[in-house]
Write a protein of this length. Structure first.
Length: 161
Protein backbone atom coordinates (compact mmCIF):
# COMPACT_ATOMS: atom_id res chain seq x y z
CA UNK A 1 0.00 0.00 0.00
CA UNK A 2 1.52 3.34 -0.95
CA UNK A 3 1.82 6.13 1.60
CA UNK A 4 -1.10 8.28 0.33
CA UNK A 5 -3.45 5.27 0.25
CA UNK A 6 -2.40 4.40 3.81
CA UNK A 7 -2.99 8.01 4.94
CA UNK A 8 -6.40 8.03 3.26
CA UNK A 9 -7.38 4.76 4.96
CA UNK A 10 -6.22 6.13 8.32
CA UNK A 11 -8.05 9.40 7.62
CA UNK A 12 -11.31 7.59 6.79
CA UNK A 13 -11.15 5.67 10.07
CA UNK A 14 -11.13 8.84 12.13
CA UNK A 15 -14.15 10.79 13.22
CA UNK A 16 -13.94 14.58 13.06
CA UNK A 17 -16.07 15.98 15.87
CA UNK A 18 -17.00 19.33 17.30
CA UNK A 19 -17.22 18.74 21.04
CA UNK A 20 -19.33 20.74 23.45
CA UNK A 21 -20.48 20.44 27.02
CA UNK A 22 -23.94 20.20 28.46
CA UNK A 23 -24.40 19.74 32.21
CA UNK A 24 -20.74 18.81 32.59
CA UNK A 25 -20.82 16.00 30.01
CA UNK A 26 -18.92 16.12 26.71
CA UNK A 27 -20.95 15.64 23.54
CA UNK A 28 -19.76 15.39 19.96
CA UNK A 29 -21.26 16.23 16.59
CA UNK A 30 -19.73 15.31 13.23
CA UNK A 31 -17.89 18.38 11.98
CA UNK A 32 -19.65 18.11 8.61
CA UNK A 33 -23.00 18.72 10.38
CA UNK A 34 -21.73 21.97 11.96
CA UNK A 35 -21.87 25.12 9.88
CA UNK A 36 -20.49 27.51 12.47
CA UNK A 37 -20.30 28.38 16.15
CA UNK A 38 -21.36 31.79 17.41
CA UNK A 39 -21.50 33.59 20.72
CA UNK A 40 -24.83 33.85 22.47
CA UNK A 41 -26.90 36.64 20.96
CA UNK A 42 -30.33 38.15 21.46
CA UNK A 43 -33.03 35.62 20.58
CA UNK A 44 -36.48 36.77 19.48
CA UNK A 45 -39.21 34.59 21.02
CA UNK A 46 -41.75 33.03 18.66
CA UNK A 47 -45.33 32.59 19.91
CA UNK A 48 -46.67 29.02 19.97
CA UNK A 49 -43.27 27.47 19.15
CA UNK A 50 -42.47 24.07 20.69
CA UNK A 51 -41.25 24.35 24.30
CA UNK A 52 -37.63 23.56 23.48
CA UNK A 53 -37.45 26.36 20.89
CA UNK A 54 -36.07 29.56 22.39
CA UNK A 55 -36.95 31.65 19.33
CA UNK A 56 -35.15 32.87 16.23
CA UNK A 57 -32.02 34.86 15.43
CA UNK A 58 -30.99 36.82 12.36
CA UNK A 59 -27.63 35.45 11.25
CA UNK A 60 -26.32 37.62 8.40
CA UNK A 61 -29.76 37.94 6.87
CA UNK A 62 -30.89 34.35 7.45
CA UNK A 63 -33.54 33.72 10.10
CA UNK A 64 -32.62 30.63 12.13
CA UNK A 65 -34.65 28.84 14.80
CA UNK A 66 -32.71 28.34 18.03
CA UNK A 67 -33.21 25.26 20.20
CA UNK A 68 -32.08 24.91 23.81
CA UNK A 69 -30.50 21.43 23.84
CA UNK A 70 -30.92 21.22 27.61
CA UNK A 71 -34.70 21.59 27.23
CA UNK A 72 -34.76 19.21 24.25
CA UNK A 73 -32.99 16.54 26.29
CA UNK A 74 -35.19 17.14 29.35
CA UNK A 75 -32.35 18.63 31.42
CA UNK A 76 -32.85 21.54 33.79
CA UNK A 77 -32.14 24.91 32.14
CA UNK A 78 -29.02 26.90 32.94
CA UNK A 79 -28.46 30.65 32.97
CA UNK A 80 -26.50 31.73 29.89
CA UNK A 81 -22.98 32.99 30.61
CA UNK A 82 -19.79 34.00 28.77
CA UNK A 83 -19.13 30.41 27.66
CA UNK A 84 -22.65 29.73 26.28
CA UNK A 85 -22.56 29.20 22.52
CA UNK A 86 -24.93 28.59 19.64
CA UNK A 87 -23.82 25.74 17.38
CA UNK A 88 -25.39 26.18 13.94
CA UNK A 89 -26.08 22.79 12.37
CA UNK A 90 -27.52 21.71 9.04
CA UNK A 91 -30.61 19.49 9.35
CA UNK A 92 -32.15 18.08 6.18
CA UNK A 93 -33.36 21.30 4.53
CA UNK A 94 -32.78 23.84 7.29
CA UNK A 95 -30.14 25.28 9.55
CA UNK A 96 -30.86 25.31 13.29
CA UNK A 97 -28.99 26.92 16.18
CA UNK A 98 -28.37 24.73 19.24
CA UNK A 99 -27.69 26.40 22.59
CA UNK A 100 -24.92 24.56 24.46
CA UNK A 101 -23.11 25.32 27.72
CA UNK A 102 -19.76 25.70 25.98
CA UNK A 103 -17.86 24.49 22.92
CA UNK A 104 -14.70 22.59 23.76
CA UNK A 105 -12.68 21.76 20.65
CA UNK A 106 -12.54 20.01 17.33
CA UNK A 107 -11.28 16.45 17.80
CA UNK A 108 -10.15 13.74 15.44
CA UNK A 109 -10.73 10.44 17.18
CA UNK A 110 -10.27 6.89 15.90
CA UNK A 111 -13.61 5.38 14.88
CA UNK A 112 -12.81 2.21 16.81
CA UNK A 113 -12.94 4.01 20.19
CA UNK A 114 -16.70 4.52 19.72
CA UNK A 115 -19.04 1.86 21.06
CA UNK A 116 -22.84 1.60 20.94
CA UNK A 117 -24.52 3.07 24.01
CA UNK A 118 -24.85 0.60 26.91
CA UNK A 119 -28.25 -1.08 27.20
CA UNK A 120 -28.97 0.85 30.41
CA UNK A 121 -28.56 4.12 28.50
CA UNK A 122 -30.26 2.78 25.38
CA UNK A 123 -33.58 2.50 27.20
CA UNK A 124 -33.46 5.92 28.87
CA UNK A 125 -34.93 9.26 27.90
CA UNK A 126 -32.98 10.79 25.04
CA UNK A 127 -31.25 7.52 24.19
CA UNK A 128 -32.64 7.66 20.66
CA UNK A 129 -30.38 10.70 20.05
CA UNK A 130 -27.20 8.89 21.08
CA UNK A 131 -25.21 7.40 18.22
CA UNK A 132 -22.46 6.01 20.41
CA UNK A 133 -20.06 6.68 23.24
CA UNK A 134 -16.40 7.29 22.60
CA UNK A 135 -13.60 6.85 25.11
CA UNK A 136 -10.70 9.01 24.03
CA UNK A 137 -7.85 10.68 25.86
CA UNK A 138 -9.31 9.64 29.24
CA UNK A 139 -12.62 11.32 28.39
CA UNK A 140 -16.04 10.02 27.54
CA UNK A 141 -17.65 11.67 24.51
CA UNK A 142 -21.35 11.12 23.79
CA UNK A 143 -21.94 11.23 20.04
CA UNK A 144 -25.26 12.72 19.01
CA UNK A 145 -27.24 11.67 15.94
CA UNK A 146 -28.69 15.06 14.93
CA UNK A 147 -31.14 13.56 12.44
CA UNK A 148 -32.87 11.77 15.32
CA UNK A 149 -33.01 14.70 17.75
CA UNK A 150 -36.11 16.04 15.97
CA UNK A 151 -38.95 14.02 14.46
CA UNK A 152 -40.47 14.91 11.09
CA UNK A 153 -43.23 17.09 12.61
CA UNK A 154 -40.71 19.00 14.72
CA UNK A 155 -38.43 19.49 11.72
CA UNK A 156 -41.39 20.87 9.79
CA UNK A 157 -42.20 23.23 12.67
CA UNK A 158 -38.56 24.39 12.85
CA UNK A 159 -38.43 25.00 9.10
CA UNK A 160 -41.66 26.98 9.35
CA UNK A 161 -40.32 29.43 11.97
Amino acid sequence: MNNSAHEEQEHSQRLHLVTFSLMGEVFGLPILDVREIIRMTEITPVPQAPGFVEGVINLRGQILPVVDLRKRFGISPKENDDTTRIVVVELSHAAVGLIVDSVSEVLRIPADVVAPPPSLVAGSIGAEYIKGIGHYDERMIILIEMRKVFNEDELGALEGL
